[in-house]
Design a protein around this ligand. Sequence first.
Ligand code: MN
Length: 226
Amino acid sequence: MDYSIAPHVASVEVLFRKPFCVRRIFCVGRNYADHAREMGANPEREPPFFFTKPADAVVANHKAMPYPPATKNLHHEVELVVALASGGHDIPVDKANDHIFGYALGLDMTRRDLQSAAKEKGQPWDMGKGFDHSAPISAITPLSMIGILTAGPLQLSVNGAVRQKGDLSEMIWSVPEVISYLSGLVELAPGDLIYTGTPSGVGPVVKGDRLEAKFPGLETLSITIS
Ligand code: MN
């Protein structure tokens, strides 16, 4: 499995290894019940749905994320990110973990005002979600170092105050289920990243804010808004 040969326009740091070349970024919508409720949606187990961001939307850890244009309501969404070492289509749930290269912490940054307007009009979410610098990410911790993750506290603080708190075990669709389902929609490939959804507590950030995402065993993600 050579994850470095994927065609790419961006790469992400890997702890103690050569960089991970990013092929595509997939994101899962509403994968924690409390967050689905806070967005006014019904958290019953409807099939997972996905949106994407450009590969070059990644922002490396400890860098500044420029406050994007065309919004007055930039939101944070802290998420576990899964990086794929290999792909395929119609991957069975019980084989899905075999395709994971490693995990990272990510922020699915969202122009909430644009997303809300798009939702109201039944338009695509792309400009609310897939804008420049919208996908900050920590270094990837290889699976060989951390093992399979199924539970554990995911937390985001802004300027030192905790804003989001959840546990991976609260995901409506588990990581293997997400990989399996997504592989029935597209053929997954080495270099693909999957942002797996956010717990409740999403909210706005402004220029100068310092965001810090934490999960035991993963590199802490620290991003400032500039
Ligand atoms: Mn999200």
